[in-house]
Design a protein around this ligand. Structure first.
Ligand code: PLP
Length: 395
């Protein structure tokens, strides 16, 4: 008889988004026609920018003519897009060869797939509160997980501890859910730890485009020593509104080797076996993101989300509520007022002012007592939600 992957039975049910959906549904059943101010969403609300739409249309037309038609695309990504991404890094002072850039259909896909490079005997370190997929992908792969808690005392940016040994290290910066961003010195400590211990960092840079403070690193490859210990996983989902269009990219330096095996070559072998590449049309649309017109347009969208962040942050400042994130990230992570638990605060906001956010406890136990606000909603709703929060909590 076939034996399924028994590690799936070790997965815990994810109650977070299920519970949020159940509670909001129950509220709407009791209060039909009520408008909810959804500040919990991790999806974008603005459409794709003009440069991307134009490139997508042109690519569709290319597919209509024999002379410009494209069939299978190279498994690791179209050269035009790999070059455009390498050039994007160059503007930030990071030199990459295009064949160190792998085009993917999104960071989520890649965060799971990349684990193919690592033996099951490796231990993975996850800094919590964390994006839930890190933990679940490792449970599915049967790997041991070391959970490292972070908190207000270290600004949710813990330093590595040489007493804790792990082989695969997840670092998400800017962070989902906390919005905290590692500075160069802090990131260098993790890079040094990884090189000392022979670990590999999986650096999730899905929110790098939201960094506005010039001193903060957008890429781990801005840090000396990262080329021998890191893989960077990126996404156009939040940067350019590609959540439904789907495109990401992964950087694996050629120097990255473990036990005499080269991880860049292994990933080429993996991709050429397990995928036939991302569609030509979508890669053309993605390449438009990296043109100067595309960059201007995506940043004017990001500015709208930043205004949402500013609006919420000013409400929390006025209320004297502790928070991190918001400035260099699309999430604001607040300490729940009056000692409320994450779910008590969720219920209070829903029942009293019809604002829906995300309880921090759902991102790991050390998230208890915290709450995440997303800035991807509409400016109108965000303004009203901020006003309502102020009025409720001033009482
Ligand atoms: N990494 C983080 C930290 C995220 O928050 C998300 C999406 O919310 C992803 C990865 C997934 O991105 P993608 O849409 O490219 O799969």
């Amino acid at each position: 008889m076939t034996t399924p992957n028994l590690f799936y039975s070790d997965l815990k049910d994810s109650y977070l988004f299920y519970n949020i959906a159940q509670k909001t549904k129950a509220y709407l059943n009791e209060h039909p026609d009520t408008h909810l101010y959804r500040m919990g969403i991790g999806d974008v609300s603005l459409p794709l920018c003009g440069a991307v739409i134009e490139a997508l249309h042109e690519a569709v037309d290319d597919q209509a003519q024999a002379g410009t038609f494209h069939g299978y695309m190279p498994e690791c990504g179209a050269p035009f897009l790999r070059e455009a991404i390498a050039e994007y890094y160059r503007t930030r002072g990071v030199t990459l060869s295009p064949d160190e850039v792998f085009v993917s259909s999104g960071a989520s896909d890649e965060l799971g797939d990349i684990l193919d490079l690592f033996d099951r005997s490796n231990t993975s370190l996850v800094i919590e509160p964390a994006y839930p997929a890190y933990v679940d992908a490792n449970i599915m792969g049967g790997r041991k997980i070391v959970h490292v808690s972070s908190g207000r005392e270290n600004g949710f940016l813990p330093a590595p501890d040489d007493n804790i040994k792990a082989d695969i290290l997840y670092i998400c910066s800017p962070n989902n859910p906390t919005g905290a961003v590692f500075n160069r010195t802090q990131l260098k400590e993790w890079v040094d730890y990884a090189n000392r211990n022979g670990s590999v960092i999986l650096f999730d840079a899905a929110y790098e485009a939201f960094i506005e403070d010039d001193s903060l690193p957008h890429s781990i490859f801005e840090i000396d020593g990262a080329r021998t210990c890191a893989i960077e996983i990126c996404s156009l989902s939040k940067t350019a509104g590609f959540t439904g269009t789907r495109l990401g990219y992964t950087v694996i330096p050629k120097e990255l080797e473990r036990r005499g095996m080269n991880l860049n070559s292994m990933w080429v072998r993996n991709r050429t076996t397990k995928t036939n590449g991302v569609s030509y049309i979508i890669q053309k649309g993605a390449a438009a993101v990296f043109t100067s017109e595309g960059q201007q347009q995506i940043h004017s969208n990001i500015r709208i989300y930043k205004q949402n962040a500013a609006c919420l942050m000013s409400a929390f400042d006025e209320l004297g509520i502790w928070y991190c994130g918001g400035k260099n990230a699309p999430y604001i992570w607040i300490k729940c007022p009056d000692g409320l638990t994450s779910w008590e605060f969720f219920d209070l906001l829903l029942n009293e002012i019809q604002v829906v956010g995300t309880p921090g406890q759902g991102f790991g136990e050390c998230g208890e007592g915290y709450f995440r606000f997303s800035t991807f909603g509409s400016p109108e709703d965000t303004k009203i939600a901020a006003e309502r929060i102020k009025q409720l909590l001033k009482k």
